[in-house]
Ligand binder design. Structure first.
Ligand SMILES: C[S@@+](CC[C@H](N)C(=O)[O-])C[C@H]1O[C@@H](n2cnc3c(N)ncnc32)[C@H](O)[C@@H]1O
Length: 187
């Protein structure tokens, strides 16, 4: 893709920039395993797999079925990604608040983008503090009406947006927490 068309996409608020940020993070820090909370339409899932990570993605609903019904396409066709990437993705259906407390393996990075209400983000972040070995990334920090900012504030401190993507008329925003010497630090 030509550089100029990337800039056009950033300016138009294309979600591609979110994929590029996650890809940069995974490649730069050699992240091998990711847990995504909130699959949506597999957009970020596929970008993280494209960056080289094995991705487990958890959603309360059957999002593969949703994409097929909504778009009449596979998720790889929807985002123009190679089919082989799907081999690096494990899909789980379940409510993160109920499922995560019984998870016991850890991940290099957890991407939180599921239930955006305060109680939901608080529960996902609390569980992620135990389940992530190095990074926790939270999406939609700037979106009004969500509980993202408040939950981060409660558990980690005053959050800073380290990167922002946009949708028309609105900033979305990412926050990154990194575990250094066994302490969680916000970037
Ligand atoms: C904004 S979408 C995720 C987008 C995706 N992460 C991306 O970047 O392309 C939010 C998803 O979270 C899911 N979700 C909401 N509450 C949840 C919960 N309690 N447990 C798991 N998933 C949940 C929704 O079904 C929805 O698919």
């Amino acid at each position: 893709m030509k550089y100029v068309s990337v800039i056009e996409k950033v300016v138009r608020g294309d979600k591609m920039v979110r994929g590029l940020f996650l890809r940069w993070l995974i490649e730069k820090y050699n992240i091998k395993t990711v847990l995504e909370i909130g699959t949506g339409e597999f957009f970020a899932t596929l970008w993280m797999a494209k960056a080289g990570a094995k991705v487990e993605t958890l959603d309360i609903a059957d999002r593969l079925r949703y994409v097929a019904e909504q778009h009449g396409k596979t998720v790889c066709d929807l985002w123009e990604m190679p089919y082989e990437l799907f081999g690096k993705i494990k899909v789980t259906i379940g409510d993160s608040a109920k499922v995560l407390p019984i998870y016991n393996k850890t991940y290099d990075m957890i991407f939180i983008d599921g239930d955006h209400a305060y109680e939901g983000v608080y529960s996902d972040l609390k569980n992620s503090l135990r389940l992530s070995d190095r990074f926790i990334v939270l999406h939609d920090h700037c979106v009004k009406g969500t509980g993202v900012k408040k939950a981060i504030h409660k558990l980690l401190g005053v959050p800073k947006t380290v990167f922002t993507d946009f949708r028309p008329g609105e900033k979305m925003g990412m926050v990154v927490a990194e575990k250094i010497d066994n302490q969680w630090k916000l970037w």
